[in-house]
Design a protein around this ligand. Sequence first.
Ligand SMILES: Nc1ncnc2c1ncn2[C@@H]1O[C@H](COP(=O)(O)OP(=O)(O)OP(=O)(O)O)[C@@H](O)[C@H]1O
Length: 352
Amino acid sequence: MINEQQVRELVGELKDPFLHKTLAETNGITNVSIKEEKNHVSVKVAIAKTGTPEQMQLQMQVVDALKNAGVETVGIRFEELPQETLEQFRGTATRAEAQDVLSPLNNVKFISIASGKGGVGKSTVSVNLAVALARLGKKVGLIDADIYGFSVPDMMGVQTMPVVEENRIIPVDRLGVKMISMGFFVEDNAPVVWRGPMLGKVLDQFFRDVEWGELDYLLLDLPPGTGDIALDIHQMLPESNEIVVTTPHPTAAFVAARAGAMAIKTNHNILGVIENMSWFQSKVSGEREFVFGEGGGPKLAEELRTELLGQIPLGQPDWNDVDFAPSVYAKNHSTGQIYLDIARNVIGKLEK
Ligand SMILES: Nc1ncnc2c1ncn2[C@@H]1O[C@H](COP(=O)(O)OP(=O)(O)OP(=O)(O)O)[C@@H](O)[C@H]1O
């Protein structure tokens, strides 16, 4: 019967699929146990990222290696390598690995923007938060993952199309944000009707086949609501920090809480709440009128045990701006300033 030393040698030759180093080099074999009477070997393996197709492939390699050595049955469990170990390997990552947004060697932080229902301003918030982060000097990408209701290209005033170079999609660069949207791949604004596996393919393509370059943040404008499509997309995303957008009406907050619950259930971390359309400020009297009610944002934040990141008043950007982007507030617009404050807060929370 094979002994522990031999198991470690055999399995130790296999490579961590993300670090491209052998499991011996990464100290990735964390436990071996052998039941001689049953000719059974169990191994516990630590790799850079679990729950991926790459893990399944490695699992098959481990089983093959041990069965070829005469083991009857194999048990295998995976865990993730500690952050310190990953940190150690980050320095040796190739440029391609460091720029692959799904690689554990990439430091990019995902921020998803969700809402309980449509029309609360989720896309407006996504676009303005992305631009604000870029204005603060961050390298920012934005995926319009609202696959059926894409509006980001129009909101940002994008006139060009992404180009494909050597089988890689080059995202559109607008106001310092690299952006990709389903809108670029649909003719004449035709409605998108497919879902399920196709949906997964499109999202996967947005992650894997887009040349994002080096990024600090990748924002995702999610589809609205708490139905099947929103859930499907939540499940397909890499772990992310989620911002929930609501309007101030208590019932809106009630629906948004369900979006928050969905985020938690699918293992995303709630970063905070943004209340949009919080008030209308009269230019004449300077008074605030709470046209859509009051209290929804703070109530939602409390319910989700998170922070209210900011409140955005009603009002349009300055449309005389030369660099016209219909939904983007200028840096010196009072709402543009609010977005900058939110962006600073987000950076503070994620770059501790
Ligand atoms: N603070 C605001 N003041 C005035 N208009 C706003 C504000 N926020 C959003 N809007 C407008 O409200 C409409 C809906 O906004 P947006 O498309 O961002 O919402 P959404 O939640 O992403 O909608 P959907 O989920 O249906 O895509 C747009 O016309 C947008 O310009």
